[in-house]
Design a protein around this ligand. Structure first.
Ligand code: C5P
Length: 224
């Protein structure tokens, strides 16, 4: 990241609305988006495909370091396979969270994430964007919502993508994943000390986006 490239970090647990909010804020500001969760999902997907044991940290980090990924017109390709949908399943999310607990895997993906900070600016969506990847970001947001609300949102999202699920199963999986993300030693899911915490349970996407844009204006990152 150069001094001149502004970054807004948006961290939070799964289903908190980070992805949608990040995309909308980025569109309004004309900035890029880093979907860091996709990188962990890709690493886990590639590892599963190669039959690598999920406890084998050296091999997993090797896979993460050598991922051959292309982002093309909203689709994601791993080698030549279009994995846009397959990395979005709950299984892929859980696999990602297991792989993401390993420090060597996180280290393997670090430079790649930092290289995404290019002009005119970056919205970095993830779990540790404000704490580890971009600790000097001028605006850090930590977005949360109740587990029930997040399960409902996830259900809707998956349905829109044509993926079948059950809200009760999703709620259990979301709690398990949160617990693993919060309790891991390497870059756990916690708000940065200087993060603006937004509980979106009772807010619409638009209201959350407006709060972030307002904060960006106050910091001179966006025009009023
Ligand atoms: O955001 P998404 O649900 O796609 O992330 C999948 C998993 O990847 C998360 O549950 C988390 O374990 C991991 N992740 C992470 N750090 C990030 C982004 C995602 O550990 N910056």
């Amino acid at each position: 990241m150069t001094e001149a490239t502004p970054v807004i970090t948006i961290d939070g647990p799964s289903g908190s609305g980070k992805g949608t909010v990040s995309a909308r804020v980025a569109k309004t500001l004309g900035w890029h988006v880093l979907d860091s969760g996709a990188l962990y999902r890709l690493a886990a997907y590639a590892a599963r495909k190669s039959g690598i044991d999920f406890k084998n940290q050296p091999q997993l980090s090797e896979i993460a370091r050598n991922l051959r990924v292309r982002f093309e017109q909203g689709r994601i390709f791993l080698e030549d396979e279009d994995v846009s949908l397959s990395i979005r399943t709950e299984q892929a999310g859980n696999d990602a969270s297991r792989v993401a607990a390993m420090p060597e895997v996180r280290a393997a993906l670090l430079d790649w994430q930092r290289e995404a900070a290019v002009a005119p600016g970056l919205i970095a969506d993830g779990r540790d964007m404000g704490t580890t990847v971009f600790p000097r970001a001028p605006l850090k947001v930590f977005l949360t919502a109740s587990a029930e609300e997040r399960a409902k949102r996830r259900y809707k999202q998956l349905k829109e993508k044509g993926i079948k699920s059950k809200i009760s199963d999703l709620a259990v999986e979301i709690r398990e994943r949160d617990e693993r993300d919060r309790s891991r030693a390497a870059s756990p899911l916690v708000p940065a000390g200087d993060a603006m915490v937004i509980d979106s349970t009772a807010f619409s996407i638009e209201q959350v986006v407006d709060q972030i844009l307002q904060a960006a204006q106050e910091r001179g990152l966006a025009k009023p």
